[in-house]
Design a binder for this molecule. Structure first.
Ligand SMILES: NC(=O)c1ccc[n+]([C@@H]2O[C@H](COP(=O)([O-])OP(=O)(O)OC[C@H]3O[C@@H](n4cnc5c(N)ncnc54)[C@H](O)[C@@H]3O)[C@@H](O)[C@H]2O)c1
Length: 395
């Protein structure tokens, strides 16, 4: 089907930005919130994003006015009778989301699609609150949605292939990078990112090194664009802890959040939004000797990210291409973890994991996809084949 109009339910942090993205692409968009004051803030937010673009010469004023004219704000359901795709962005709570989806089911035309921006909840469970589970999928934007290019398109057990395909086309139309993912807690990006953050927290606990030394070592190694503790301060420590707990519940102790983050959250130190988290304002200058000691973490973190990405391949959650693309676009990694392992040599990575498994236990166990690849002589980019296929120049 062709999506000519969009409805966004929930005009909070994500909903306002999601509506902006559709309006910038010239797609008529209606935003519903239960809170009328919130809708006024949505209007101001969207107008603000548009005027940034006109100021920078990226959009002419008449064009901005034309695109803004197709924004509708409502506290009711009436305008949804003309919507082809509705995206819910209400708070992360299953009973609320199921109630919203069931209302959407009644308000939308029968062939329209329903998508959820959930970060972690089951699409299958949400879809079954409607009479159109085949037309329900995840459409997971990253914060801030106007800037981040990635969208994880999540298929639940009942999602029809056509629904996912339509959403891929919609994502492309709004100039985003879609990756297709099968439902699992954390999907791709949060699952791999949180596994690697958990390893950072454990390393910090074991060594007692200050967060600033660890952040500096990670950034200097160019393994990630931002230090892990700075990232948590930006995301919100409560949000990171919440995701960590959900994943621990789903996958076990390899996602156990560290004591440090729990202490900070209990003390109300939630990061930038409360003025203090792992840091109070600016990151202090670390002691160079401690930065040196923190360098051991970088490889540990890369191997932890790789093992989780390998498990995603084992479970058939997404293709190696989509996993690496998601982590580059959604987490800013310079290289996807599977391509990283291909470059290191898969036999080398496997040997290292054996050593780490002996030392730390199951959290570093070898993914079965890695076993299979090494067993068949696909040893990574040096051998022309690994998680990805590499063509040699001239061959
Ligand atoms: N904030 C992030 O960084 C982020 C990133 C990716 C995904 N998500 C997901 O996006 C969703 C929304 O998160 P958020 O941070 O924007 O939440 P938020 O709390 O900022 O906004 C939620 C909005 O939904 C409105 N709302 C509540 N019940 C409603 C209803 N029945 N009908 C219409 N509106 C209703 C609220 O008034 C509020 O304005 C969640 O599922 C979250 O997990 C959030």
């Amino acid at each position: 089907m062709y999506v000519e109009s969009v409805g966004v339910v929930g005009g909070g942090t994500m909903g306002g930005d999601i509506a902006t993205v559709f309006l910038l692409a010239g797609i008529p968009t209606v935003v519903r919130d239960v809170d009328a004051d919130r809708l006024e803030k949505v209007r101001q937010h969207i107008e603000g994003r548009f005027s940034e673009r006109t100021r920078r010469g990226r959009l002419s004023t008449p064009e901005a006015e034309r695109r803004l004219a197709v924004l509708q704000l409502t506290t009711g359901w009436e305008p949804f009778q003309h919507v082809d795709l509705a995206i819910e962005a209400v708070p992360e709570n299953m009973s609320l989301k199921r109630a919203v989806l069931s209302e959407l089911d009644r308000a939308l035309p029968p062939l329209s699609l329903i998508a959820s921006n959930t970060s972690a909840l089951s699409i299958t469970e949400m879809g079954r609150a409607t009479n159109r589970p085949a037309r329900v999928a995840g459409f997971h934007f990253f914060f801030p949605a106007t800037v981040m290019r990635l969208i994880e398109i999540v298929s639940g057990e009942d999602t029809a292939p056509d629904t996912a395909l339509t959403l891929v086309r919609v994502a492309e139309e709004i100039h985003k990078l879609p990756v297709r993912v099968k439902e699992c807690p954390g999907f791709v990006v949060n699952r791999v990112l949180m596994r690697s953050l958990t390893e950072v927290f454990r390393f910090q606990e074991a060594t007692g090194l200050p967060p600033a030394a660890i952040d500096r070592a990670v950034v200097e190694s160019r393994a990630a664009p931002m230090g892990p503790f700075q990232l948590c301060d930006a995301l919100g420590l409560d949000v990171a802890l919440d995701v960590g707990r959900t994943l621990e519940h789903a996958y076990g102790e390899r996602f156990r959040p560290g004591a440090l983050i729990m202490e900070r959250v209990q003390a109300g130190r939630l990061g930038q939004k409360t003025g203090s988290g792992f840091y109070e304002g600016q990151m202090p200058d670390p002691d160079p000797a401690e930065v040196d000691r923190a360098r051991d973490l970088v490889r540990l973190q890369q191997l932890a990210a790789f093992t989780e990405a390998g498990r995603l391949v084992d479970d058939g959650i997404a293709s190696p291409h989509d996993i690496d693309l998601a982590l580059r676009a959604g987490a800013g990694l310079p290289l996807g973890p599977l391509a990283w392992a291909d470059g290191e040599g898969l036999d080398t990575v496997k040997e290292e994991l054996h050593v780490l498994q002996d030392r730390y236990g199951e959290r570093f166990s070898v993914p079965s996809s890695l076993d299979r690849l090494v067993g068949s002589g696909s040893l990574g980019s040096g051998s022309g084949r690994g998680y990805h296929v590499y063509r040699r120049v001239g061959s």
